[in-house]
Design a protein around this ligand. Sequence first.
Ligand code: ATP
Ligand code: MG
Length: 373
Amino acid sequence: MIVKNIKLKNFRNFKELDVKLDDVLNIFIGDNGQGKTNLLESIYLCSIGKTFRINSENDLIKFNEKNLEVEILLEKSNLSITKRINFSYTRNQKKIIKVNGVKLEKNSELIGILNNVIFTPDDLKIIKGSPNERRKFVNIDISQIKPKYKYLLKNYNKVIIQRNRILKSGNKVDNNILSIWNDYMVEMGTEIIIYRREYIKNLKVYASNIYGNISERKENLDLLYKCDIGSVKDLNKKEIKSKFREKLEKISENEKIRKITLCGPQKDDIMFKINNKDFKYFGSQGQQRSAILALKLAEIEIIKNEIGEYPVLLLDDVLSELDNKRKNYLIRYIKNIQTFITSTDDNDLKRIIKNNKKKIFNINEGIIGNIIN
Ligand SMILES: Nc1ncnc2c1ncn2[C@@H]1O[C@H](COP(=O)(O)OP(=O)(O)OP(=O)(O)O)[C@@H](O)[C@H]1O
Ligand SMILES: [Mg+2]
């Protein structure tokens, strides 16, 4: 899919913008605080319906203004269909999302129209951060291609909240009631585990191959699903369920003492390994960045397999740490993937893409200046 055009009105530091994009490579260059990330955010907004930053919707409206508008013209490459996505928001009111002029009943209906894969400096948390960051990463990824997973996760979390409420009564816990919640937990938890196992298995195949290429086969990236109930590698659904039940039984007394749920996929993790060692401790900055890049490119391939076309790729300020060989590899890789790159300035990158078809935009205080083709 290709974003052909972006129009902004009172979005962040953009008063008014109407910009035509390149089908493959778009580079936004500017000093700090000029609006590069804001521009990527507007694409993300029309993809997911909310920002990737922590701000509230009111923060998206230009200071001292009341209402923002974002319009994206999208071309679906496989069917030659054009979609117009309009996102508008008035201070303290509900956001309005329209696709081809028709207002969406639920914002979740937007998912799947403009698929994106985004890589920001914050994503380094996937390797460096807590297990929660890695679960968030797989949850968002799987939800983009399997809507059922998102629904399942929401309900599973409700079950855990209920279960914790029951466990709060400690030794006075009604075992009959607890056992009903255990049934729900095992049923839904097993489904979640299977989705994750399959996704990580797939991700691993692509990501380790891509990482091998990025590092010219000198380094090896491995991914390991660390399922909290124990290894589920070769187990079928029935076997996973009984393993889950056994684990619940084993920790049942402890749960009553601690008054909280102590096992299940809400405690899963993924381990990244470089040349068989934990990436968290043995990966350099550039290697960690390359590993996340490999994950993101792998995610792109998985989405392509699932929906039949490439999503758009948003790279926010993440190339500066990569050496020129790695930058070169990336540019070759994305020849069929519409990509948006932001950078303060990167002469090496400019040299690498000298002969590529592209658009380079200079951004200064929310205004796009000269465009280099
Ligand atoms: N609601 C808003 N109204 C007006 N300006 C805003 C609003 N929200 C953020 N800004 C401004 O936008 C600018 C930040 O833009 P952005 O994050 O896109 O910068 P950037 O070009 O990506 O910079 P960097 O290179 O530092 O990442 C800041 O100057 C900030 O004050
Ligand atoms: Mg930025």
